[in-house]
Write a protein that binds this ligand. Structure first.
Ligand code: CP
Ligand code: NVA
Length: 311
């Protein structure tokens, strides 16, 4: 997302400088919200949201964020628009671009969101695909920065399924010069080309990227422990096998005790308590999950201003 770039499809679209500027803006917006100071920076703008999968946080934080910036949002339900009747992405994207000022898309295959972006003449924001979840990870890194004061050199241990969130975390950590250790079972690793990209970028930024099997090795010296569901949206048929294979990767008190004493616990939510994380850890003193969820709002407002304001 350079000054002339219109879309936000992956974390690797962003430079370190752009990410830092989003974080600075988000911190200001958060402070303003705390003081109930109004802002009308997106007055007259309309954001459309087209989601093929369910959502609580992404939808509500984008819709309320747009509202708080003086603009409005329009949720385009899969069952209401004409795409189910065969209207193409390209025609829909071109038409919607004549009405709207930006679009958030949540879909399955990542190339779907790329197709929206190729055809739209307005900014397209990836609200989650099977491969990436950039808005989540920008809010996550903003949260780590708030809690640990900076990002460079901070160690994240991600345990569990190497999914969309893990992929975007790898990209974010590589760009920001962090250490990230992902512990996952064989066959559940993050996307191989994303790992290669992160390793390559790490040479330049001083980041450290590790993909391991043993969760106890991964959390050693970690400042941040992160996990996500074992069965992502769209993988429901694999649930029984996933629960079995991923069982040794549960984020529980024993694993937490092996991290740094002041480690924070993160989860993008929704969580499956008793599967990838225990209730004791999710609701315990190390958990920052509600601040993390709140920060989706502030960070996405900063993204919306950056992409929509001067169009
Ligand atoms: N974390 C996240 O994206 O949540 P939703 O699926 O509720 O939007
Ligand atoms: N990995 C999860 C994230 C949900 C926000 C999924 O894709 O379902």
């Amino acid at each position: 997302m350079t000054p002339h770039q219109t879309h936000l499809l992956t974390v690797h679209d962003l430079s370190r400088e752009v990410m830092q500027s989003i974080f600075r803006e988000a911190a200001q917006l958060k402070a303003m919200r705390r003081r109930a100071l109004p802002t009308q920076r997106l007055s007259g703008k309309t954001l459309g949201l087209f989601f093929e999968k369910p959502s609580t946080r992404t939808r509500v934080s984008f819709e309320t964020g747009m509202n708080q910036l003086g603009g409005q949002s329009l949720f385009l339900s899969v069952s209401d628009i004409q795409m189910r009747r065969g209207e193409s992405i390209s025609d829909t994207a071109k038409v919607l671009s004549r009405y709207l000022d930006g679009l958030v898309i949540r879909s399955y295959e990542h190339h779907t969101v790329e197709e929206w972006a190729r055809n739209a003449t307005i900014p397209v924001i990836n609200g989650l695909t099977d491969l990436h979840h950039p808005c989540q990870v920008l809010a996550d890194l903003f949260t780590v920065r708030e809690k640990k004061r900076w990002l460079k050199g901070v160690k994240i241990a991600y345990v569990g399924d190497g999914n969309n969130v893990a992929n975007s975390l790898l990209e974010g950590a590589a760009i920001m010069g962090m250490a990230i250790s992902v512990a996952c079972p064989s066959g559940y690793e993050p996307d191989a080309s994303i790992v290669d990209w992160a390793r390559e970028r790490a040479h330049r930024t001083g980041a450290a990227i590790e993909i391991l099997r043993d969760p106890f090795v991964a959390v050693k010296g970690a400042d941040v422990l992160y996990t996500d569901v074992w069965t992502s949206m769209g993988q429901e048929k694999e649930q029984a096998r996933r629960v079995k294979v991923l069982n040794p990767y549960q984020l529980n008190e024993r694993l937490l005790a092996s991290a740094k004493p002041d480690a924070i616990v993160m989860h993008c939510l929704p969580a499956h308590r008793g599967q990838e994380i225990t209730t004791a850890v999710l609701d315990g003193p190390h958990s920052v999950i509600l601040d993390q969820a709140e920060n989706r709002l502030h960070v996405q407002k900063a993204i919306l201003i950056r992409l929509l304001k001067d169009r």
